[in-house]
Design a protein around this ligand. Structure first.
Ligand code: PEP
Ligand code: MG
Length: 887
């Protein structure tokens, strides 16, 4: 027979902490605390399975449940010497929900259940405090009506406020017993009016009403939404915890409070919490009275003149300190505790792992490892890699007020404040005179690189998580909110419409790239700190991980930044990003628009020295670490001159007419440039481009090698290969250039030629491609785009709808679609290794910085992940956790 009810109390329990799935988090921990001999009011837990049964059987209860609950109440009666519903020896209970994972939105708590017009008299007599008894009764009526009977608590607030006003009282605590009695009379009349029946007086009816309400709350809209957002299956169900009441509102020697065993915002090892004298649980959260500090030290630090619990109730405080230590040691983690003191006696009502800030998480994990409470590896697993984002960038002070005027995607973390500007030139101008700006665009293009560099942050109204703005901003470590669709940019008039407001150039906004918010005005920020605990966790993570972590970088600034974050080389240098600066774009346009090979070669000759010096600098910064340089990849139209002014400039430099140039521009137009003339197709059409780039790479490598006194081994990567012969063709050019440069320089040099795997065909043909390729780097941005047949630039609008409708769980451009795209990665890795067992395998799509995707990379045995500089620490930690999990 299924056991539906588990009892606990008086040093014994039928459940344990490990029974979380069955008893819910709260129930399992109450049982555990009982077993540890801690003072927990006796009670019992109705299992999550009963909840599941309830829903599977038309919202009815299992046949034996009523008898089981009655038996459990008898058990509580035996331990307390009190009986539920018995005026002579009154037992009141609390009813609380408790799912496996803590779930806001669920029915929370009903206290003082079992009170009615008769038992309230008994409570008054027994406690010798009629005021307390009636106060408890009215609280029960309010809570029960709110959560079980579905009456708005406002109606009770109104009655109470009216009453207080007519009595001339400010505080609830000033009401006398008789006055509460009168309030209760008004409450009951109103309930009858609202519901057409009186407030239930039968304790059994009250109890089953509350149990039903807990189960029902599992399916309320808030709970459903929360589950969807946090991937919690509906099948888990919630448990119900029913416990003998203890009272924190029995006068001045009673109290109730909440505490953390360590400071949840700084991680400091000091008991941290608040309590209220003569109060019940909800008073602490309700914020009507200001809670008092628990420790004397905290009181002094807060400058409070209200006595601490340490001073006011030294015995209970001493007991609480002991218990909090015991619980932290037992659970080996910082605990979040709830307690009540009834007439000087301490009772524990809850313990669970405490939520904490990223900074506190680091400090607590490092301290606990140093205290010997957990191992270093365990400390590494205690940190959520994604939370490191909070530490690497300035963030908005959590205490700051947020005036949200728009919402987009959290495209690149960190917060930034500045005056809005609408063009990259304006951004650069403003920056040159020391002003801070936010670059606001409908979307960005490669031509905006200088503006993005100059800006503090980037805001776009269109585009997803892998849009140009998002990818480039992440690379630069600049905060970015992309696709803020509710904002309207009027480029011509230089205005931004937000929630009916018109912002002009120069108006100040703040963007929060961590959550996608756009805020009006400047907001106080917190600055990052990368030494101390952060450094310790990183060191332990590095010791635990197998995969290398490289960075995607092309500018010296990014490369240096990535090194300072611990990057072990460059996994992707997107050379096209190097062609937008200053004079280069003119030479680049010249090259693209040239109609003959000779014309192209002329322009390429101008670009060669610039590329060489770029690569030299990267090799020097990376000081012997591997550097993978990718040949030109994007569709050429991205470089084409657009304005008349630009066309005139290029025409002059090429010595042709503007008209001719315009015609050539039109001839280069493509309908689907992303699937068009790009990647290695460019190198096949115009091998001279690849030859120039290869020459720049080899010459830079020779020079860097000479300067450093040791050989540099460049890795040249060919993008968008689908057919091995494409790669063969390009590799032959690369090899010829290598040979020539070696002869000219009189040196021998090693280098690797590899390919990106970005097309399903490349994955399918990986076994053959590996005959030529010495490494594979998975370009999962394009591989996701081409596997799904979804454009990475246009997907954000409907992917969000897909998410809302449950068709996809996550944006596949953010977290790798393991069962689809991942399958291609796995297959290509296996096939590649079959041909070339030593083949080097890495990933350089955006997924290389996503913890879940990194975990998958560990599983398929990639050699490294490569990600934007600010993700490097996240990737180091995620790679370590993946390796630890795999052990
Ligand atoms: C990719 O496609 O995953 C990749 C890294 O290349 P890009 O984003 O430059 O197309
Ligand atoms: Mg690509």
């Amino acid at each position: 027979m299924t056991k539906w009810v588990y009892t606990f109390g008086d040093g014994a329990a039928e459940g344990r902490a490990g029974d979380r799935n069955l008893l819910g988090g709260k129930g399992a921990n109450l049982a555990e605390m009982c077993s540890l001999g801690l003072p927990v009011p006796p009670g019992f837990t109705i299992t999550t399975e009963a909840c599941t049964w309830y829903y599977e059987n038309g919202k009815t209860y299992p046949a034996s449940l009523e008898a089981d609950v009655a038996a459990a109440l008898d058990h509580v009666a035996a331990l307390t010497g009190r009986r539920f519903g018995d005026s002579a020896n009154l037992l009141l209970v609390s009813v609380r929900s408790g799912a496996r994972a803590s779930m806001p939105g669920m029915l929370d708590t009903v206290l003082n259940l079992g009170l009615n017009d008769g038992t309230v008299e008994a409570l008054a007599a027994e406690s010798g405090d009629a005021r307390f008894a009636y106060d408890s009764y009215r609280r029960f009526i309010q809570m029960y009506c709110d959560v079980v009977l579905g009456l708005d608590h406002e109606i009770f607030e109104e009655i109470l406020e009216d009453r207080k006003a007519s009595l001339g009282r400010d505080l609830d605590t000033e009401l006398t017993a008789a006055e509460w009695q009168a309030v209760i009379g008004l409450y009951k009349a109103r309930i009858e009016e609202e519901l057409g029946r009186p407030f239930p007086q039968d304790p059994q009816e009250q109890l089953w009403g509350a149990i039903g309400a807990v189960f029902s709350s599992w399916m309320n809209q808030r709970a459903i939404t929360y589950r969807r957002l946090h991937d919690i299956p509906a099948s888990w169900g919630t448990a119900v915890n029913i416990q003998a009441m203890v009272f924190g509102n029995m006068g001045e020697t009673s109290a109730t409070g909440v505490a953390f065993t360590r400071n949840p915002s700084t991680g400091e090892k000091a008991l941290y919490g608040e309590f209220l004298v003569n109060a019940q649980g909800e008073d602490v959260v309700a914020g009507i009275r200001t809670p008092q500090n628990i420790t004397e030290a905290a009181r002094v630090a807060a400058g409070s003149d209200k006595p601490s619990m340490q001073k006011l109730m030294p015995d209970a405080f001493g007991a609480f300190v002991d218990i909090s230590r015991k619980l932290e040691t037992h659970y080996r983690d910082m605990q979040d505790l709830e307690f009540t003191i009834e007439r000087g006696k301490l009772w524990m009502l809850q313990t669970r792992s405490g939520k904490r800030t990223a900074k506190a998480a680091l400090k607590i994990a490092v301290d606990m490892a140093n205290e010997g409470l957990i191992s270093k590896e365990e400390a590494v697993t205690r940190i959520d890699p994604a939370s490191l984002d909070q530490l690497l960038h300035p963030t908005i002070d959590p205490k700051a007020e947020r005036n949200v005027i728009g919402m987009g995607l959290p495209a690149s973390p960190g917060a930034a404040t500045g005056e809005i500007v609408f063009s990259s030139d304006e951004a650069e101008e403003a920056r040159s005179v020391g002003r801070k700006v936010i670059l606001v665009r409908v979307e960005t293009s490669p031509e905006d690189i200088h503006g993005m560099h100059a800006a503090e942050g980037i805001l776009t109204t269109r585009g997803g998580m892998t849009s140009h703005a998002a990818v480039v901003a992440r690379g630069m470590g600049k905060p970015c909110v992309s696709g803020a669709g509710s904002l309207r940019v009027d480029q011509r008039n230089g205005t931004l419409m937000a929630m009916g407001m018109t912002l002009k150039k120069g108006d100040v906004v703040t963007i929060d790239g961590g959550n996608g918010q756009v805020l009006k005005g400047a907001v106080p920020m917190l600055q990052p700190e990368l030494s101390g605990d952060f450094a310790a966790i990183m060191e332990w993570a590095d010791a635990a991980r197998r995969m290398k972590v490289r960075t995607n970088a092309e500018t010296p600034a990014d490369a240096r930044m990535a090194r300072s974050f611990g990057a072990e080389g460059i996994g992707l240098c997107r050379t096209e990003h190097m062609f937008f600066d200053g004079d280069r774009i003119v030479a680049m346009r010249e090259m693209i628009l040239a109609e003959t090979e000779e014309g192209r070669r002329r322009a390429l000759a101008k670009l060669l020295p610039m590329q060489r010096s770029d690569f030299l600098e990267l090799f020097e910064i990376m000081a012997g670490l591997p550097v993978t340089i990718r040949l030109l990849d994007p569709p050429l139209h991205e470089f084409l001159p657009k304005t008349e002014e630009e066309i005139a400039e290029v025409a002059a430099s090429m010595d042709v007419s503007a008209e001719k140039l315009r015609r050539r521009t039109e001839a280069l137009h493509e309908f689907n440039p992303m699937l068009g003339h790009r990647g290695c197709r460019l190198a096949v059409s115009y091998p001279e481009i690849a030859e120039m780039q290869a020459r720049a790479i080899f010459e830079a490598a020779v020079e860097a090698g000479r300067k450093a006194g040791k050989l540099v081994v460049p890795e040249i990567m060919v993008p968008l290969v689908g057919i091995v012969k494409e790669l063969d063709y390009v590799k032959a050019r690369i090899d010829a250039v290598a040979k020539a440069v070696m002869e000219e320089a009189g040196v021998e040099m090693d280098y690797l030629t590899g390919t990106m795997i970005e097309l399903p065909r490349a994955a399918i043909r990986a076994q053959t491609i590996a005959e030529t390729a010495e490494f594979f780097s998975f370009g999962t941005n394009d591989l996701t785009q081409t596997t799904f047949g979804i454009s990475r630039d246009d997907a954000s609008s409907f992917l969000e709808t897909y998410r809302q409708k449950g068709i996809i769980d996550q944006d596949p451009f953010v977290s790798l679609d393991i069962e689809g795209v991942g399958e291609l990665v796995r297959m290509a890795a296996e096939k590649g290794r079959k041909t070339r067992p030593e083949i080097k395998l890495g990933i350089c799509g955006e997924h290389g910085g996503d913890p879940a995707s990194i975990s998958f990379c560990e599983e398929v045995g990639l050699d490294y992940v490569s990600c934007s500089p600010f993700r490097v620490p996240i990737a180091r930690l995620a790679a370590a956790q993946a390796a630890i999990r795999k052990d």
